[in-house]
Design a protein around this ligand. Sequence first.
Ligand code: LM2
Ligand code: CA
Length: 468
Amino acid sequence: QYDPYHDPHCGGRQVIVHLFEWKWADIAAECERYLGPKGFCGVQVSPPNEHTVITQGGDRPWWERYQPVSYKLVSRSGDEGQFKDMVDRCKKVGVRIYVDAVLNHMAGLGRSGTGSAGSSFNSDQHSFPGVPFGPNDFHKRSDCPSASGNVDNYQDPKNVRNCNLVGLVDINGGTDYVRGKQAEFLNHLIDIGVAGFRCDASKHIWPGDMGGIQSKVKDLPEGGRPFFYHEVSDFNNEAVHDSEYFGEGYVTEFRYSVKVKNGVDNLDQLHYVYDQGWNMSPSNQAFVYVDNHDTQRNGGVITIGYARYKRAQAFTLAYNYGFTRVMSSYYFDNKDQGPPHNGGSLHQRCHDKPRWLLWKWLDGSQLRRVTWPNSATSSCNRRGLRCQLEHEAKRCLVLQQRQPPASSPMGLNNFNEHRQTGMPSGSYCDLISDCKVKVETWMAAGTPRSSPADGNDPFVAIISQHGY
Ligand code: LM2
Ligand code: CA
């Protein structure tokens, strides 16, 4: 069934990259230099609207941008002119922009002053003249059942949706005025040419309010609904479920990150990476990634700095589940640390860091994901996941390869894993080609990241011959 919010509008490409905290000018250049030529669908950008300016220990934490002050397009990444220039230049090379839209709240209690676009604000007074939002545009104290006024009980949807998330003043999306203002913000971005939105903290917004906003959002100039994906973490242990948002777009599938971690750490577990027993979202609703800007700071997932990150990424891109996002970030010593904007160019500075930028290691050819044949073309058909999963498991074994073989271009000899599984070498190759899967290895472009675990780890990805 066609769902209008599920089209990313990038000509069938399947991978976006989060250029976390990059400046607009740097993203524009990166689209032209790398992302367009390599076939990326698009870029998720950091929130472009006016935000608090927070100084802490001589630094400005990245998260100041999750405290909106208004919907004016002046942020730490640049102004509206630079934003437009980025959208245009990226679009010209086939790369779309997806905006991180923070709609649940404004700045945190106790904060006041001037935002990144020069608007005044006072959170304690619920005063945001730059929008303008006033006291009537926020949930009342009596709307929120918690004692502290903060979200503190995830078993109660009212608590989750009507209270302040970590002290961030909570917008009441129930009125026409608020929905209109927020839709105006998104419509302005659509006029500029963005293709969709990552909706921040959607779990904390009533699905009906989200739907109310989205129904006021216009179609893209080229036609079709904008692409929406909602940030909802659901581990089946809270009152709110991500399925409540299926009508509004994709939902972030946090369980995937855990599953792919388990699978890469223990290959037997890769069979269960899409686990319906965990209530994971169906593929056409799931927005998946190995890590995101929160989880790379908070643990529980595989993140940059580990050799297995590459394996997890390769698997994610090869595996036919969900819509995929690759995380690109900057090196940090502490989790609040803001981006390295020294010398005005985040982009160049990032390249200095050896642990930086996973996607720099990816070759564009890898960005084609496995599409399994619908009918039996050989021993493999997609009827039931069983056949697929058996082969996924074999493919995963390939991810353990250490040395790019000198003699065999396909690299189908030399796998320790043959011995582990007792599979006669020779038949392995046949099984793979029967299944229309091609195995390729790449060395990382540039200087390989060194790690004690995998000195000179070849990058291995598995891609389908389907569509070659
Ligand atoms: C998200 N998704 O649903 C973002 O992915 C996540 O990064 C955001 O938190 C969160 N929701 C709210 O948009 C980040 C950061 C928090 C930070 C908030 C607001 O992880 O630590 O909270 O942004 O900037 C900070 C302080 C916190 C304080 C709060 C309000 O860390 O201690 O709470 O500001 O002043 C009293
Ligand atoms: Ca809320």
